[in-house]
Design a protein around this ligand. Sequence first.
Ligand code: MIC
Ligand code: SF4
Length: 641
Amino acid sequence: MSGKNLFEKIVQAHGLDPLPRPGDPVELPIDQTLTQDATGTMACLQFEALGAPRVHTRRSVGYVDHNTFQAGFQNSDDHRFLKSFAARYGIVFSGPGNGICHQVHLERFGVPGETLLGSDSHTSAGGGIGMLAIGAGGLDVAMAMAGRPFGLTCPEVVLVRLEGALPAWVTAKDIVLELLRRVSVKGGVGRVFEYGGPGVETLSAPERATIANMGAETGATSSIFPSDEATLSFLKSQRREKSFKPLSADQDASYFDVITIDLGKLEPMVAQPHMPDRVCPVKEIEGLNLDQVAIGSCTNSSYKDLATVAAILKGRSVHPGTSLVISPGSRQVMAVLAETGALKDMIEAGARILECTCGPCIGIGQSPPTDGVSLRTFNRNFRGRSGTLSAKLYLCSPEVAAVSALKGELTDPRSFSEPVKVAMPEVFPAMDHLFFQPPADPSAVEVVRGPNIKPLPMAGTMPETLKGEVLIRLDDDITTDDIMPAGAHILALRSNIPAISQYVFSQRDPEFSKRATEKGGGFIVAGRNYGQGSSREHAALAPMVLGVKGVIALSFARIHRANLINFGILPMTFSKAGDLERIQPGDQFIVDRAASLLKGGETTIRVVNATQGNSFEAGIDLDERERSVVLAGGLLNHFKL
Ligand code: MIC
Ligand code: SF4
């Protein structure tokens, strides 16, 4: 019998014994949860609907980090609601300005070996310190807060073996960009990437977190690193060494597959518009003029990242044709940058310093000009995500970004100067007084709601026959940003589903919402990897409100598929690509006996195209729990039945 990999060790320590096999439905106990403002209001309303008096996890933290713009009362009301909700139900509250959830969670709350479920796709960043950290929809996180295990399909575990050490100017970001180049934005679906090999020990915990974070762009369920000396030294710098626990895979552990990356052979990389897997070496497209350079986000806003940026900028000046904007990942990062003078170096070089927030990453402020080119240290470059539909977004490391900001054009830093070295502080300021701990007796706490916080919409049980028109036909890799766009204006409506529903597909097809309402709903058809990207359940909840009954795609992204099920929308898969090609928008579909067939455990269903007078077979490959959830009209109904 072979030894165990890290994923198996962690799930076994959480009571999954015998170990599940890839493809098995799993109920994973959750130790910690995190929520953020953009997905958190819904998760809170759902938690309330479950009727639990208090959270049941070891630790739940509620962050406000995405929309801290407060243009109008909507945001501010959400923040107030979230703060009072946290106090009422036993959640630690991290308010606006404290920093981006993944960075702060790593610094102050992450524990190697524990499970973390977050209502944000980049929750996987926790894998940088050996957590089994998974992104999910808000309703799944609400269930976990209420003490229920997380239902998922057991992933295949792939070893990413790192060999050698990174050359000068090549970084952790280039490792994950290389992974994306090789496996694509679909290559991680149904998988966990587990890192091993001698190259691992050359990487610090924040560097590992960069990789685990952006593993989300491959569609992976999670990414995980061992917990070792580097983890201990990170936790010591946070005065949290008590949370340390060594963790590694057995020497003879077995894996579904092995990907080897020779770090010594990597070079600075860049992802081109409009997908994070359109990766090439920087030198191939060097010289590209830049309107904007944006440094920050949960992928690259650690102290090491930003101190390196400051050292590059020190005594120099940002190119006059380029706007450089920097958003530190957390207050402690910002405080140490201030203390060491690095902040002054950034300011004097001409950088525009923002609050510690997601900000430009999600189109909240700093949108590039029309047709503008923006180089970003972020993790997503989907069309329109910056708030400017015609902008072109490129993704790179902080080093490439800083050097390019000085030149005003995309630059391979190896041609720039000797590599810079930064000293890491031995200890970071904890600033724990800036987290609000919930009171032991919450009976006096009132949950405060503003007028933008609307009641939770619920679907009815699934009808026997699904009927309606094809509302939209889409191609491969449709993102949740396509389905439910981001940006300051729309994000302010995250707790107002009737209002946000008017924006479904608004950047692709501005008439979608109106048409869906007029037709009384219908179907969405799409290619591969439908719903990749964010965990936002609004991309399922809003279509549900518009009457969408089913989505037929060649394949689905993990979190979005789960969200569709959670809101009673049936995900179906085309058996043949040709079936998708034949469909025209406006075709009338009838799926007879859908509920009975689903109940009976059938794995295929016949879809009749009444307009074209033909029919095709679609897969309904749902496990038992998923079937009952869809039949009940969603997870909340299922739970209450
Ligand atoms: C994102 O990066 O797309 C977000 C915004 O963080 C989302 C969550 C959301 O839409 O609120 C995510 O990654 O899950
Ligand atoms: Fe925030 Fe961007 Fe990270 Fe999402 S990817 S959590 S928007 S910084």
